[in-house]
Design a protein around this ligand. Structure first.
Ligand code: E4P
Length: 217
């Protein structure tokens, strides 16, 4: 499963990229606003840190203006992936851009039928928002299972990018279902490394090693 980080904070991206485990980055207008940075400038900087796809979202709601925005954004770097909302205009834009060989991430997906439409429109990624789905009384992971089944039924190449990930259990469930990618805030990715027994084990080994009075170097 590929790991994307869901942030526009440069230091957090650098930190995770240094682990060698980061396959891409997702941003959205709220994350750009939170960063306080210029959208195009920060996107360019992120694209220079990771080789994989960096999602940059259009903010227009009509197809013609989405295409103009996408034209500006895709010129920033070769690894820019244009993010469009799951609307009629968003999917028209997806179809046009993917036909031109541009990567497209269709965002704000909350149903398996929406995911089916995005795949038919040639999306590179579909982003079902599991956390927001859970918040509204649904089970986000049921949605991932349904999309996996449908995409496998028809051999769609669209990758399932599990988004709105809130905790490590979302990552575990997504991996068990066979999602292609997950995007999570830096804190959730860091939490994946942690286990209380790992910490306890290190503490015990260090205490016993100190008793030997030896050094490896
Ligand atoms: C995905 O691309 C979105 O940026 C993101 O996962 C949204 O997550 P949220 O529901 O925590 O805002």
């Amino acid at each position: 499963m590929k790991f994307f980080v869901d942030t526009a904070e440069i230091e957090a991206i650098r930190d995770l990229a240094a682990t060698g485990l980061l396959d891409g980055v997702t941003t959205n207008p709220s994350l750009i606003a939170k960063s306080g940075r210029d959208f195009k400038e920060v996107t360019r900087e992120i694209c220079g840190i990771v080789d994989g796809p960096v999602s940059a979202e259009v903010v227009a709601l009509d197809h013609a203006t989405m295409m103009k925005e996408a034209e500006v954004l895709r010129k920033i770097a070769d690894n820019v992936c244009i993010k469009v909302p799951l609307t009629v205009d968003g999917l028209k834009t997806c179809k046009a851009l993917s036909g031109e060989g541009t990567m497209v991430n269709v965002t704000l997906c909350f149903s398996a039928n929406q995911a089916l439409l995005a795949a038919k429109a040639g999306a590179s990624f579909i982003s079902p928002f599991v956390g927001r789905h859970d918040d509204n009384g649904f089970d986000g992971m049921d949605l991932i299972e349904d999309i996996r089944l449908i995409y496998d039924n028809y051999n769609f190449a669209t990758e399932i990018l599990v988004a709105s990930v809130r905790h490590t259990n979302h990552v575990l469930q997504a991996a068990k279902i066979g999602a292609d990618v997950m995007t999570a805030p830096p804190a959730v990715i860091h939490a994946l490394f942690k286990h209380v027994l790992t910490d306890k084990g290190i503490e015990g080994f260090m205490a016993d090693w100190a008793k030997t009075g030896q050094s490896i170097l």
